[in-house]
Design a protein around this ligand. Structure first.
Ligand code: PTJ
Length: 291
């Protein structure tokens, strides 16, 4: 039996960290199915640690960022969603819904590139309902200048000519290169201090497994507000206002406060437990449990 099948079956519903373990399982299964790079498993671990500090919930800052991102996508003429291995394994369905809802194209773009993984990711997207997936035709690719990684290869009909690019779990180099190429960048990243989060126009500091749903919901909420035929009308002006009023630096600072607030609560728990030896030992041994 495959390791993922064994581990998946081993997570009882009653486990206090069942959701986190289920997400891990999705990623391991994605690795075994050839979607996820081995390094993607490690990247997920780094994300998990930050998610723990964020309290494993979508905070006010992330919600505001999702609303601004939804407005930006709806107001865009050529939005593209860049899809890597982790994003495909964790939320292919939501990304396909996001593409449908906003008219965005889906493009496979990898840091650890391989034709096999590109094909597997495209297949996953198609199985989730994607009608078209870019980034698969070597003859249709061009170089995005300003980054040396494999992510520089982009589709002429996709990221190269996009006005807005959604980048889940990205590296900072390409985000900066996309910005220099004049594109608006929307990032999903659990790390408010990462170069990607600091460089993007709209950084959604949340686990993509939660935030992708919130972004789709916000896009649906803004359905009557421009885009398509009504773009540029009154709804279009409202979308522009939502994007203009969004302050990414302020939003990132709010996410950092979410983390320091959680750490502060931990300190408070330690202090409160100071007079009680048994409680202090328990907290030191197990840490705070966000769930
Ligand atoms: O599939 P590929 O070849 O394109 O490779 C994808 C990875 C993720 C391996 C590659 O892009 C990579 O190495 O990324 P980094 O530089 O490790 O950055 C990933 C960022 O995503 C980090 O800041 C993590 O904190 C963050 N992250 C990890 N898991 C999640 C996440 N952000 C949102 N949701 C997550 N579930």
């Amino acid at each position: 039996m495959a390791a993922a099948a064994r581990t998946g079956a081993a997570v009882p519903e009653s486990h206090p960290r069942a959701e986190s373990l289920r997400i891990r399982h999705r990623l391991v299964r994605g690795f075994e199915e050839g979607l996820v790079a081995a390094e993607g498993l490690l990247a997920h671990g780094r994300g998990e640690a930050l998610d723990y500090l964020l309290g494993e919930e979508t905070g006010v800052a992330a919600r505001q960022a999702c609303r601004a991102a939804a407005a930006a996508l709806r107001a865009s003429d050529r939005p593209v969603i860049s899809v890597n291995g982790n994003a495909a394994a964790l939320c292919a369905e939501q990304l396909v819904s996001l593409a449908e809802c906003t008219g965005a194209a889906l493009e496979v773009n990898l840091f650890y590139d391989s034709p096999g993984r590109r094909g597997a990711i495209a297949e996953r997207l198609r199985r989730c309902g994607a009608k078209s997936v870019l980034g698969l035709d070597p003859g249709g690719m061009a170089v995005l200048h300003g980054t040396d990684s494999a992510r520089r290869m982009v589709d002429r009909n996709g990221i190269l000519t996009a006005d807005t690019v959604v980048v889940p779990l990205e590296d900072g180099d390409r985000t900066a290169a996309l910005k220099r190429a004049g594109k608006a960048v929307i990032a999903f990243d659990l790390n408010p201090l990462s170069r990607t989060a600091q460089t993007a126009d709209i950084s959604i500091i949340d686990n993509i497994t939660r935030a992708a749903d919130v972004l789709v919901e916000e896009c649906r909420n803004l359905a009557g507000e421009g885009g398509g035929d009504s773009r540029g009308g009154g709804g279009g002006a409202n979308l522009a206002r939502i994007v203009r009023d969004f302050d990414n630096k302020g939003n990132l600072a709010q996410a950092v406060r979410q983390i320091t607030g959680n750490l502060g609560r931990l300190q408070g728990m330690r202090a409160a437990a100071g007079g009680n030896g048994a409680a202090a030992t328990a907290i030191t041994a197990h840490g705070p449990q966000p769930e």
